[in-house]
Design a protein around this ligand. Structure first.
Ligand SMILES: O=C(O)C(=O)C[C@]1(C(=O)O)C=C[C@@H](O)C=C1
Length: 109
């Protein structure tokens, strides 16, 4: 027998019973939808940063703003703690998102 129980339901569920009736494929569908939303949010974040880049270019400001990056990182660390996920891992993801923006911002100049 595999990890799943006989009728394909999850046994060791940590979501307060809400997913207890969900099959593995249903859970994977939920992950697929979340992944799509994450990519959409990344696209939105990148798009807004592109507009920020235009404002900076108009004002002759540099692409990189280290104090703003520090504020972003502090904020996401707090959010991670509030949602009980590893703050260092979430910060590593945001480090990449900021780098993505900086690459795009430099290319558009
Ligand atoms: O807020 C800005 O000035 C941005 O360009 C956005 C952003 C970010 O991705 O959060 C990216 C680069 C800057 O160094 C700081 C922050």
């Amino acid at each position: 027998m595999d990890d799943d129980d006989t009728n394909g339901r999850r046994t060791g569920d940590r979501m307060n019973g809400t997913t207890e009736e969900m099959s593995l494929s249903e859970l994977r569908e939920e992950i697929e939808e979340i992944d799509r939303e994450l990519v959409e949010l990344i696209a939105r974040r990148t798009y807004v940063a592109g507009t920020v880049a235009e404002v900076k270019a108009e004002r002759d400001l540099p692409t990189t703003d280290e104090s703003q990056e520090a504020r972003v990182m502090e904020r996401v660390g707090e959010n991670a703690e509030n949602f009980d996920v590893d703050a260092n891992l979430v910060k590593a993801i945001f480090r990449l998102l900021i780098e993505l923006n900086k690459v795009e911002q430099r290319e558009s100049r």
